[in-house]
Design a protein around this ligand. Structure first.
Ligand SMILES: *[C@@H]1O[C@H](CO)[C@@H](O)[C@H](O)[C@H]1NC(C)=O
Ligand SMILES: *[C@@H]1O[C@H](CO)[C@@H](O)[C@H](O)[C@H]1NC(C)=O
Ligand SMILES: *[C@@H]1O[C@H](CO)[C@@H](O)[C@H](O)[C@H]1NC(C)=O
Length: 519
């Protein structure tokens, strides 16, 4: 057989197994990028990938990918809320608010309700989705934002859940209160007794709150019911999540913590990482000319709405360094050794051999890009899970952490210099990165392999029974409670017996003494 025949045969086989895959990301840019990471691997393998997103989702997310994008309209109210929410978040963060206590989490849940209402009420687009004969749907499992799960139910396709953190109660994964710190706490995998106790209570409270949030937040599926039988939607939201054939979590064991998982739960940390592409000429010159190396600075979209004094403070710090500094900011500008650019090819500059340090707000994707390229990180956590990531970076000694809101210029400068001068940090990061690269498959390949597997065989054989258990049975609270009760009863019986004996001996003694006195 000629090479051409073999190739043709291979292509026919590939096409025969090709699947139509639908992506349902939330309107958060980083979540969209996670999905595109997987989509690129799937399209490379001959699958057709579609995404259903609102007009508010940044177009940039799908640039250069071969994903067919189907857009839906959100209500005007929803669009306004979206932009206002983005502004408010930045404002609150730089006013010192803690994202959890400031009620912004509530804003997030409104944010995804509007997004979802748009998705579930665009009749023409929904009909188009139906006509695409989708085989499998990848849904963003963002916490407390799960109404998008009605769409695969409407399309009658199996679901793959994707997020940077997927809670135990949504997956059936074993609870490990003693080693698995609740996200957004300051705990690591090594906890003291009080921390373990609080971690247990916190994790339970979090999972109960999650359940209540699903019940309290019903979704309007009237439009969907016009097309498919109404009883398809008689299901609790958290049940829909637990029915997923596969869970893909953008997390990793090397620079996060190892944890016990079932075979339908795959850790695909670093899903947005890839080898660097060559840089534009001027940028490459700036990167190469500095003898002491280059520091890459990027704080994500939040920094765009930061008050100007923060930038002034940082600029003063960076101008006191021997290194060149390249920073993503609102305009293209040169300040001596510091260069700001509106758009930074972050992955490619991190992959440049002259890069010595990454200063980042430590969103999951940026964190993994630094890790992938073996560049030490200084985290400047500002919101959500970035605080936990900063703690992981310090725990694994691959960088450090600084509060850019409250630290003064001298403190920030000292932390940068200390980190640059610490050879062990460089060594630890290089080693972690080498371990990451030694894996037989990239995170994208692991995700695509798993998706192809469940498309072919379904996911029943991978699914733990715990995914069907109540929270009480799943956490074994019923067992511990029964054991506690039994122990208490036994102890009580012993106590009564011993007390009974003592009283009896004691009163006999008393009786004898009294008798003696009388005599
Ligand atoms: C998209 O498809 C084109 C043409 O087949 C290919 O050259 C390109 O590399 C693909 N892009 C990605 C991100 O896979
Ligand atoms: C979406 O909304 C915009 C503005 O509200 C409108 O101009 C456009 O026609 C709408 N598109 C669809 C497909 O409904
Ligand atoms: C959000 O902030 C930008 C400037 O940062 C401003 O132009 C825009 O009007 C604001 N939008 C809302 C809805 O507050």
């Amino acid at each position: 057989m000629s090479v051409r025949v073999i190739l043709a045969l291979f292509l026919t086989l590939a096409v025969a197994n090709a699947a139509n895959v639908l992506l349902l990301p939330q309107s958060a840019h980083s979540h969209c990028l996670e999905m595109v990471g997987i989509a690129n691997e799937l399209t490379k393998r001959g699958h057709s990938v579609y995404a259903y997103v609102s007009y508010a989702t940044k177009a940039l997310c799908f640039d250069g990918s071969n994903v067919t994008v189907i857009r839906f309209n959100m209500s005007k109210e929803g669009m306004d809320h979206h932009y206002e929410f983005m502004n408010k978040t930045a404002e609150a963060i730089f006013n010192g608010a803690n994202i959890i206590t400031s009620g912004l989490a509530f804003g997030i849940s409104y944010e995804c309700e509007y997004h979802c209402q748009g998705a579930l009420s665009s009749s023409a687009e929904l009909k188009r989705l139906q006509s695409l004969k989708i085989d499998i749907t990848l849904v963003d499992a963002m916490i407390a934002c799960n109404c998008l799960y009605y769409i695969p139910r409407f399309l009658k396709t199996p679901v793959v859940s994707i997020c940077s953190f997927i809670p135990e109660s949504n997956t059936g994964m074993p609870f490990a209160f003693n080693t698995n710190p609740l996200l957004m706490t300051s705990y690591t995998s090594e906890m003291t007794f009080p921390q373990r106790l609080l971690n247990l209570l916190g994790t339970l409270a979090f999972n109960v709150a999650l359940k209540l949030a699903y019940v309290a937040n019903p979704t309007d599926v009237t439009i969907l019911k016009q097309y498919v039988p109404a009883e398809v939607f008689d299901i609790e939201k958290d049940e829909m999540i637990r029915e997923s054939v596969l869970f893909l979590e953008n997390s990793d064991t090397i620079l996060e913590y190892p944890k016990a998982i079932y075979p339908n739960f795959i850790r695909v940390g670093g899903i947005t990482t890839h080898p660097p592409k060559p840089l534009p000429k001027d940028l490459d010159k700036f990167m190469s000319q500095s003898k002491s190396g280059v520091i890459v600075v990027s704080f994500g979209s939040i920094m765009k709405n930061a008050p100007p004094y923060i930038f002034q403070k940082l600029l003063k710090v960076f101008q006191n360094l021997n290194q060149n500094v390249i920073m993503a900011h609102i305009k293209n500008e040169n300040y001596g050794n510091v260069k700001t650019v509106k758009w930074l090819p972050q992955n490619d500059v991190l992959g440049h051999p002259n890069t010595v340090l990454f200063i980042s707000h430590c969103g999951k994707n940026g964190f993994f890009e630094g890790f992938y390229h073996g560049v030490p990180i200084i985290c400047t956590p500002l919101h959500a899970d970035t605080f936990s990531t900063a703690i992981k970076v310090k725990y694994h000694k691959v960088g450090s952490s600084v509060d850019i809101r409250n630290s003064d210029a001298d403190e920030i400068l000292k932390i940068i210099k200390d980190t640059l001068n610490d050879a062990s940090i460089r060594k630890n990061m290089k080693k972690a990165s080498a371990i990451f690269h030694s894996a037989p498959f990239t995170p994208q390949e692991r995700a695509a392999n798993a998706i192809e597997h469940v498309s072919k065989f379904g996911g029943d054989h991978l699914k733990p029974v715990s995914s069907k258990m109540s929270l009480i049975a799943h956490t074994m609270l019923d067992i511990w409670f029964t054991l506690f009760l039994l122990t208490s009863i036994i102890l009580y019986i012993f106590y009564r017996l011993i007390r009974g004996c003592f009283t009896c001996i004691f009163s006999r003694k008393q009786n004898t003494t009294r008798k003696k006195k009388k005599d």
